[in-house]
Design a protein around this ligand. Sequence first.
Ligand code: ADP
Ligand code: MG
Length: 257
Amino acid sequence: MKEPILQCQNVCFSYHNLTGETSALTNISFQINKGEFVSVVGPSGCGKSTLLSLIAGLNKPESGSIFLTNPENTKIGYMLQQDHLLEWRTIYKNIMLGPEISKTINPESEKQALTLLNDYGLSRFQDKKPGELSGGMKQRAALIRTMMLSPKLLLLDEPFSALDYQTRLMVSADIGRIIRSAGITTVLVTHDLSEAIALSDRILILSKRPATIKKEIAVSLTLPDDSLLAARNAPEFQYYFSILWKEISDEYGTDSL
Ligand code: ADP
Ligand code: MG
């Protein structure tokens, strides 16, 4: 049974500044169901990050509406491209930042931090500074910090794009697995089409700015096991890739190459 957690209806949004108006989103409608992993792809600058900021409530739609089915019980976690870990704090202290700011450091939040560090294989690094960790580990630490809020809806804005290609493959599969096993509803913005296919149940393809939803595709891969790295070798992978590639390259046109 599909149970909507979030609904966007005819959402429009423009930025206004001294040089004028930039229309970013027009008539965006979709819903996200509980437990789903949905990716948003589209040409660069089309409005993907804008869409996430609206879902997070950092910006308000100009018209249309965005609502959570159960706002009291839908905490939102938001993770950005850079890990934004504080260099001068240890990993443990970075993870405890949320409880520290909200003055909820107590035995329970301390235990939660230690459990997450253990679950995500970072216990050995809890007293290290971010600079002593690999890119992938830092991204995990940033994820733990987000998970400390016990989010029901996770918004990820290009969370792997600062990583080199090889690390990115490993880390996206790793983090995808962690999120899936926790069953957290997730919206991932990415420009990496393969990543979107490997991780998602559904992909929303946006047009160029001002973004509209061009197409929505449900992804179903035949996997030998639950390894997301193997997803890229699934027989259906190329089929989905060619659909996404066509839709997005149509948006760029040949002029922009
Ligand atoms: P994407 O994440 O898809 O690359 P964004 O959502 O960041 O795109 O931006 C969509 C469009 O809005 C871009 O043309 C960008 O330049 C513009 N934009 C983003 N933020 C602002 C802002 N604060 N003020 C004015 N224009 C902005
Ligand atoms: Mg962006």
